[in-house]
Write a protein that binds this ligand. Structure first.
Ligand code: 13P
Length: 339
């Protein structure tokens, strides 16, 4: 493990004003996104869509890295340049999703454990050859009155740490993603308790498995009211509770916390990140690694039609700019309207 290289990559991913584009939708998820705009999920369409995101003029000002899916890291853009090379040429760091998905956890009705450890050392070596410098692994936790179980939290923490240790061995920065889902009627305080428990188990496992915190990034949910909760916490409360939760559970040696958007609207995801950064300086960088909250307007503008590529790129870069501003707490709602 070369900790200096890992730390340098992790720090570059959370450079001031910058954050990560998650474009690592699996085949099933990208089909769902394309269904929403009535576009068939063919390999050519997926390539054309990713190409428009990765070549969007000006995106590199606020996008530090892109998480790719296995198919995408092997594809070339419309000009024939392999995607990882195309991104690196623009100063954007290529990354790769390496988990193989959340599967039912044996003996735990309604809960999942994320798989993908078998053969991971060899896969990481290949991804490194293909240009990947960081990776992602996502675990999910469902909230009900009884869930998540400690068993589910521990099984996922153990797998996340095993993945992280293998990444660091290969000099690939692991992004560890324990996602507490928004589905359900739970309160923000219940989300806080479950998020804290997931973080606590995760950092314990990372310590046990000898991972270097200076060479990884955390990708968590924000602390939020469940979708169906009648009392929806305002952005200021989300920001305060999220920052307090992580201050208690995430060591200062971690260079950055890069939030997922997880079903928040584009504007909520930006505004809440902005509120957090307005709360002053924190031990870690607070940034974004958004999928839907960066892509939704671009997807809608594109509609699968090459004639709309320019408009879709503008929509994507606009969101990247707004989230870039949220990195320093300088976003305002009025900026939403600027073309
Ligand atoms: P969302 O921002 O759409 O939640 O996606 C981020 C991600 O990478 C989930 O694993």
């Amino acid at each position: 493990m070369d900790l200096a290289t890992l730390h340098e990559t992790a720090t570059a991913l959370v450079a001031p004003g910058k954050g990560i584009l998650a474009a690592d939708e699996s085949s099933g998820t990208i089909k769902k996104r394309f269904d929403s705009i009535n576009v068939e999920s063919t390999e050519d369409n997926r390539r054309a869509y990713r190409d428009l995101l990765f070549t969007a003029p000006g995106a590199e000002e606020h996008i530090s890295g892109v998480i790719l899916f296995d198919e995408t890291i092997r594809q070339s853009g419309l000009d024939g340049t392999p995607f990882p090379k195309l991104l690196a040429g623009r100063g954007i760091i290529p990354g790769i999703k390496v988990d193989t998905g959340a599967k039912p956890l044996a003996g735990a009705e309604g809960e999942t454990v994320t798989e993908g450890l078998d053969g991971l050392r060899e896969r990481l070596a290949e991804y490194s050859e293909l240009g990947a410098r960081f990776a992602k692994w996502r675990a999910t936790y469902t909230i009900t009155d009884a869930l998540p179980s400690q068993y589910c939290i521990d099984a996922n923490a153990h797998a996340l740490a095993r993945y992280a240790a293998l990444c660091q061995e290969a000099n690939i920065v692991p992004i560890v993603e324990p996602e507490v889902l928004m589905e359900g009627g739970h309160t923000i305080d219940r989300s806080n308790d479950v998020t804290a428990a997931a973080q606590e188990a995760l950092f314990h496992a990372l310590f046990e498995q000898r991972c270097a915190l200076e060479g990884l990034l955390l990708k968590p949910n924000m602390v939020l009211s469940g979708y169906e909760c009648k009392q929806q916490a305002p952005d200021t409360e989300v920001a305060e509770k999220t920052v307090r939760c992580f201050a208690r559970t995430v060591p200062a040696a971690v260079p950055g916390i890069v939030f997922l958007s997880g079903g928040q609207s584009d504007e909520q995801a930006t505004s809440r990140l902005n509120e957090m950064n307005q709360l002053g300086s924190h031990p870690w960088q607070l940034s974004f690694s958004y999928g839907r909250a960066l892509q939704a307007p671009a997807l809608k503008a594109w509609k699968g039609d090459a004639a709309n590529v320019g408009a879709a790129q503008q929509a994507f870069v606009h969101r990247a700019n707004l989230n870039g501003a949220a990195r320093s707490g300088s976003y305002t709602a009025a900026m939403e309207k600027a073309a």
